[in-house]
Design a protein around this ligand. Structure first.
Ligand code: ADP
Length: 320
């Protein structure tokens, strides 16, 4: 298993490299411009490049009716070990079993041209990370809107025994109507027996719950996603993650010590502060249930916009 120390390999970007990913060393060849499966059931035209992660490259493609979708491509040559194959099949099985308005829809999966292809709902407006870079921070009204949808998706996953384990702004996409679409189930785990605990150390440094790093004997469960939601809430309203610092080891120390503050130069409401403190409880059993989070005063008082205008990509909306 990858140890947390491994993430130190890229000290310049302490927050971005996820743990527990295989990294293909050379850039794989692009998939063909017409993507087909071996049985001639599916055909897509490649029209653009959307992005890449540690595991796959994602393209914008068009089906025969002209509908645009996203195509996640994993080269078969990168699936050299049984472990990497098992992980990919787990991602496909888990993501393919989920259907929720705030989760990136998983449409098909097939093999061809020495690649495994996953056809996903297209999220043309990028991720919350991209939007935060442009905006620096969000209003509390926008944060309420986004967070309720993220929590709705996460509650749905948990009721289907799925822990996402890598909830972060870069894995939370937006559709054309500014609705949330949670994606990337590459680190997700299925809880097959009630009370089962997971022991693999995985996640992304800034968002990783303390029990994943420091209670490896006891393991972790659904509450790791609640923790990540607390980190997301803090990051949306403050503009940077709570435990962010120069190197990964120091991030882990701050997570262990629950060492974060509310900077005076970026004031937030006392309700937001209290909710963040409640969610970022060091002990997983002391974190609130997701349904209690959405009933918190942070959500029940103050503006709750019915929708977010597309102009919010670049500037704060005025909800008066
Ligand atoms: P990995 O599992 O390798 O980390 P991701 O699923 O995170 O791959 O995808 C890598 C990148 O591709 C994302 O950061 C994003 O830019 C883009 N991407 C992924 N899924 C979609 C999608 N459904 N719509 C649009 N862009 C996407």
């Amino acid at each position: 298993a990858t140890t947390p120390q491994k993430a130190q390999a890229k000290p310049k970007q302490p927050s971005s490299p996820p743990l527990q990913r295989q990294n293909t060393k050379a850039t794989p060849p692009s998939p063909p411009s017409i993507i087909r499966d071996r049985r001639g059931q599916f055909q897509f035209q490649r029209v653009g490049f959307l992005g890449e992660g540690g595991f796959a490259r994602v393209y914008e493609v068009e089906d025969l009716r002209g509908t645009r979708v996203a195509c996640k491509v994993v080269t078969e040559s990168s699936l050299t070990t049984k472990k990497t194959k098992t992980k990919l099949y787990a991602e496909i099985r888990i993501h393919g079993s989920l259907s929720h308005p705030n989760i990136v829809a998983f449409q098909e999966c097939f093999e061809g041209d020495n690649n495994v292809y996953m056809i996903l709902e297209l999220c043309p407006s990028g991720s919350l990370m991209d939007m935060l870079r442009r905006r620096r921070r969000f209003t509390e009204a926008e944060t309420r809107f986004f967070l309720v949808q993220i929590i709705g998706a996460c509650h749905y996953m948990h009721t289907h025994q799925v822990i996402h384990r890598d909830l972060k702004l870069g894995n939370i996409f937006l559709d054309g109507k500014m609705n949330i679409k949670v994606g990337d189930f590459g680190l997700a785990a299925l809880i097959e027996n009630p009370g089962e605990r997971k022991k693999t150390i995985c996640g992304t440094p800034n968002y990783i719950a303390p029990e994943v790093l420091f209670d490896t004997a006891n393991g972790h469960s659904f509450e790791v996603d609640t923790w990540s939601i607390g980190v997301i809430l803090y990051t949306l309203v403050i503009g940077r993650p709570p435990f962010q610092t120069k190197d990964v080891k120091a991030i882990y120390k701050r997570i262990r010590d629950n060492d974060y503050e509310f900077p005076a130069e970026r004031p937030i409401s006392p309700e937001a502060q209290r909710l963040i403190q409640h969610i970022l409880a060091p002990k997983p059993e002391e974190r609130p249930a997701l349904l209690d989070v959405v009933h918190d005063v942070f959500f029940t008082q103050g503006t709750f916009p019915p929708h977010i205008p597309a102009s919010a990509h670049d500037r704060a909306p005025d909800f008066r």
